[in-house]
Design a protein. Structure first.
Length: 739
C-alpha cells in the first residue's frame, strides 16, 4: 500500500501500535493527546481494540519515539502487524487468565465480608456490631490482600495517569477504596469500637470492578470476531507444481508466478489467474453473494474463496499482504481504528471527567460532615461517588459499535474505509449514480452497424476503421467495438497520430485515412446532423459515429443491459428516503431509456467526466448530503466531491482509492446495505451514549445524596461498560436486506 501524502508534500507512513494498560476513555484520550503533540503525527486511539493508528512523517519522528511517548505516558506499546497478532492474542489470553485467577482469590477473601453484611441486613443488627459476627482483626486480614495485592493494578494505573497529567478510572477506584480501607484500619487499630468499619466496601468494590473488567474483556474480544474470522479463512498450505510433481508447501513461501493446483472443495491459497481447468467458486466470504462464480482459463481467483467441483491450475498473482483478502482485512482494521465525529463529545467529557468527579466527591464529604456531623457517613458517600463514576462506558460506546458494524459490513461485502463515512451514510438524502457498470452490466456489446449512405461502404469496412482506431482506448464502448470486430474475424491495423478528447472521442490515422470516432454530441459540435443516430438513441442504444476524411460514413449502436438487480435497488433506496440521480456521458435518448427501466426520475445525459463533480457539488449546494456510486476512472472526481462515495470492486483502482465505501459485488444493493448498516450502527452508538451518560447523570447524584452503598455503586460501575459492549454486540444480528 502506498504511503499517503500530507498537505506539505512529505511522505507519511502508517503504523499500528498495540497498547496495554488502558482502563477507560481518559486513558485513550491522554495517549492520543501525547502522540498528537509530536511533530508530524496524526494518531487515533481505539479503547475497544486497544490500538493506536498513527500516521507520521519519518523525517520528524520514528516508531521508537512513538512507543517511548506511550510508555512515558504510563502505558505499554508495541508495533502490531499480521505476524505479531497471534503473539498478541497469546499475551492477552495469559493476562486474562491471570486476572481471572486474581478475581477468584479476591472473591474468596471478600465473600465472608459480604456474607456478614447480608447477615447484618437480614437480622437488623447495627453496623457497629460487625465485630460480633467477624472479628475486626480478621476483617482486616481478609481485606488487606484484596486492597494492596489484587488491587495493586489500580494504584499503578492511577499513579501513571497522574504522572501523565490527568486522572482515569484507576484513580477513582484507588482513591475511593483506599479511603474506606484506611478509615477502617484506623478504627480497628485504635480500638474505636463505637465507630463503623467498611472493610467489606473496599474489598468488594475491587472484586466487582475486577469482575467487570473480565466480563468487558470477554465482550470486547467478540467485537473483533469478524476480523479474526477473515484471517482464518486463508489456508496455511498450497499444492504447487515443481519439477513436474505436486508438492505441499506453506502459503507464506509462495511467490508470484508459482502454479498451484486447487481440487474440488478446497480453498484458494492466494490470488491468481486460472491457466487450466473449469469450475465455479464460492466467493461469498468476500462479496456476500452466495451464487457461485464461473471460473475458466484467464479468470481471476482470490485467496480463501472455495473451489467448486472442478480441478483448477492457477498462476499466483497476489501473495502475502498483496491478496484481496489481506487488503480487505487492512481496510476493516483501519475503519475499526478510526474515530467517528460523534466521538468528539465523548473526548471532551473524558478530558474533564475524573477531576470533576473528584471535586464532587470532596464536596459530598465536606457537606455531609458539616451538615450531618457524621464523619463515617460522609466518608461512605464520598467513596460511593468515586466508585460509581466510570468513564469506561463513555469510552467504549462509540468504538465497540463501529468495530461490530464494520465487521458485519465486511461479511456482507461492504467495506467501509472510515468511521466518518459510516456516520455520514446515515444522513444521505441524494445518491448520484453512474450508468455504465453501476446501473448496467458494464459489458456493452455492439448491436447495430449502420453505414450513413448506401455508398459509404459495407459494415465490415466501417468496423475495421473504427476498431483499429479504438484499440488503444480503455473506454467500455471502445472495447465493445474492438471485441465485435475480432469476433467477426476482421483484421485490425495499428493507428497513427491518435488524439483522445475526454468524454468525446478519438481522432487518428488508419491506413492513411483520417478517422474520427466519437459521440453524437461531438458530431453536432462539428456541424453534422445525424437523424439515424437519434433513432438509435431512442431505442436505448449508445451511439458512436464514424467520420473518415471529413465525411460521415456510419453509426455503431451499442447496448449495455441493465443489471437485473438495479431496478429493485433503486426502489429500495427510494424506500430509505434517498433520491437517486443518474449522471452519464451517454446521449439523452439512451440515458432516458435506461433511467425509465431502472425507475429513476432524475437524470442528466452527455455529462463530461469533469462536469460530474460539478453536478455533485450543485446538489450539495442545496444543503443535502450527497452520495456518489461509480466504478470508472471518469467517476473519480465525482466520487471525491461527494459527502460519501461508493465504488464497485470490479471497477478501476482509481475509483476505489477515491471512494469511502467499496462494494465487493457489482450490485447497487450494496449502497442500500451500507446505508442500512450505517443507520443500525449509529442507532447503537446513540443508545450506548445515552446509557453511559444517564448512568453517570443519575448515579453520581444518588451516591452524593447517600442513597447508594459503595458496594452497590461498585457493582453498577462494573456492569456499565459490560452493558454498553453487549448492546454493541447486538449489531451482529444485522443482515443485508435480501428483497
Amino acid at each position: 500500500m502506498n504511503a499517503p501524502q500530507d498537505p506539505t508534500g512529505n511522505n507519511r507512513e502508517t503504523v499500528e501500535l498495540a497498547l496495554g494498560g488502558m482502563t477507560c476513555a481518559a486513558c485513550a484520550a491522554r495517549i492520543e493527546k501525547q502522540l498528537n503533540k509530536l511533530p508530524g503525527v496524526e494518531a487515533v486511539v481505539n479503547l475497544a481494540a486497544e490500538r493506536a493508528h498513527v500516521r507520521y512523517a519519518p523525517g520528524e519522528v520514528d516508531v521508537g519515539r512513538l512507543i517511548a511517548t506511550v510508555v512515558k505516558t504510563g502505558y505499554t506499546a508495541d508495533v502490531s502487524t499480521a505476524d505479531t497478532r497471534a503473539e498478541e492474542k497469546v499475551k492477552k489470553l495469559a493476562i486474562y487468565h491471570d486476572e481471572l485467577r486474581r478475581f477468584w482469590i479476591a472473591a474468596a477473601l471478600s465473600l465472608p465480608l459480604v456474607a456478614q453484611m447480608v447477615f447484618m441486613f437480614g437480622t437488623g443488627a447495627s453496623t457497629a456490631s460487625h465485630a460480633d459476627v467477624i472479628p475486626r482483626w480478621l476483617q482486616l486480614l481478609l481485606a488487606t490482600p484484596v486492597q494492596f495485592w489484587i488491587g495493586w493494578r489500580f494504584y499503578v494505573g492511577g499513579f501513571n495517569a497522574i504522572r501523565g497529567g490527568a486522572g482515569n478510572m484507576d484513580v477513582l477506584v484507588a482513591l475511593g477504596t483506599s479511603m474506606a480501607w484506611a478509615y477502617s484500619f484506623v478504627v480497628t487499630a485504635w480500638g474505636l469500637h463505637h465507630q463503623h468499619v467498611y472493610f467489606e466496601a473496599s474489598a468488594t468494590v475491587i472484586t466487582l470492578v475486577l469482575l467487570g473488567k473480565i466480563l468487558e474483556a470477554r465482550a470486547k474480544a467478540k467485537t473483533t470476531a469478524a476480523i479474526e474470522a477473515l484471517a482464518r479463512l486463508q489456508p496455511q498450505t498450497a499444492r504447487i507444481e515443481r519439477d513436474g510433481e505436486l508438492v505441499d508447501i506453506a502459503v507464506a513461501t509462495l511467490i508470484p508466478g508459482d502454479v498451484f493446483v486447487v481440487r474440488a472443495g478446497e480453498a484458494m491459497p492466494v490470488d491468481g489467474e486460472v491457466v487450466e481447468g473449469a469450475s465455479a467458486a464460492n466467493e461469498s466470504m468476500l462479496t456476500g453473494e452466495s451464487l457461485p462464480v464461473t471460473k475458466a482459463a484467464g479468470d481471476r481467483v482470490f485467496a480463501a474463496t472455495i473451489n467448486g467441483d472442478g480441478l483448477l491450475r492457477c498462476r499466483a498473482t497476489g501473495v502475502g499482504s498483496h491478496t484481496l483478502l489481506a487488503g480487505i482485512i487492512r481496510l476493516v482494521e483501519e475503519a475499526q481504528g478510526s474515530k467517528a465525529p460523534v466521538q468528539r463529545l465523548v473526548d471532551k467529557v473524558a478530558a474533564i471527567f475524573v477531576p470533576v468527579v473528584t471535586v464532587i466527591a470532596l464536596l459530598t464529604f465536606i457537606a455531609w460532615w458539616a451538615l450531618a456531623g457524621d464523619f463515617a457517613q460522609a466518608l461512605v458517600n464520598a467513596v460511593a461517588v468515586l466508585v460509581i463514576a466510570c468513564p469506561c462506558a463513555l469510552g467504549l460506546a462509540t468504538p465497540t459499535a463501529i468495530m461490530v458494524g464494520t465487521g458485519q459490513g465486511a461479511k456482507a461485502g461492504v467495506l467501509i474505509r472510515n468511521a466518518v463515512a459510516l456516520e455520514l451514510a446515515e444522513k444521505l438524502k441524494v445518491l448520484v449514480v453512474d450508468k455504465t457498470g453501476t446501473l448496467t452490466e458494464g459489458r456493452p456489446a455492439v448491436t447495430d452497424v449502420i453505414p450513413a449512405t448506401v455508398g459509404a461502404g459495407d459494415t465490415a469496412a466501417l468496423l475495421q476503421l473504427a476498431a483499429s482506431l479504438e484499440q488503444g482506448s480503455t473506454h467500455p464502448l471502445a472495447a465493445a467495438i474492438v471485441a465485435r470486430a475480432r469476433a467477426d474475424g476482421i483484421e485490425l491495423t495499428t493507428p497513427q497520430n491518435v488524439v483522445t478528447t475526454a468524454g468525446k472521442g478519438m481522432v487518428g490515422d488508419v491506413d492513411g485515412r483520417r478517422v474520427l470516432v466519437g459521440s453524437v454530441a461531438w458530431l453536432r459540435e462539428k456541424g453534422w446532423a445525424a437523424p439515424e443516430a437519434e433513432t438509435l438513441a431512442r431505442a436505448g442504444r449508445s451511439v458512436v459515429v464514424v467520420v473518415v476524411d471529413e465525411a460521415l460514413i456510419g453509426f455503431i449502436g451499442i447496448a449495455d443491459p441493465l443489471r437485473i438487480t438495479s431496478r429493485a435497488a433503486v426502489a429500495r433506496l427510494n424506500r430509505l428516503g434517498i433520491e437517486v440521480v443518474m449522471l452519464t456521458g451517454d446521449n439523452a435518448g439512451t440515458a432516458k431509456a435506461v433511467a425509465q427501466e431502472a425507475g429513476i426520475t432524475h437524470f442528466e445525459a452527455e455529462v463530461l467526466p469533469g462536469d460530474k463533480a460539478a453536478a455533485v457539488n450543485k446538489l450539495k449546494g442545496a444543503g443535502r448530503l450527497v452520495g456518489m456510486a461509480g466504478d470508472g476512472i471518469n467517476d473519480a472526481p465525482a466520487l471525491a466531491a461527494a459527502d460519501v462515495s461508493f465504488a464497485m470492486a470490479a471497477g478501476s483502482d482509481v475509483a476505489m482509492q477515491a471512494a469511502d465505501v467499496t462494494l465487493m459485488r457489482d450490485d447497487l444493493n450494496g449502497v442500500a446495505d451500507a446505508i442500512s448498516l450505517s443507520r443500525a450502527t449509529l442507532s447503537k452508538i446513540r443508545q450506548n451514549l445515552f446509557f453511559a451518560f444517564i448512568y453517570n447523570v443519575l448515579g453520581i447524584p444518588l451516591a452524593a445524596l447517600g442513597m447508594l452503598n459503595p458496594v452497590i455503586a461498585g457493582a453498577a460501575m462494573a456492569m456499565s461498560s459490560v452493558s454498553v459492549v453487549s448492546n454493541s454486540l447486538l449489531l451482529k444480528s444485522w443482515k443485508p436486506d435480501k428483497d
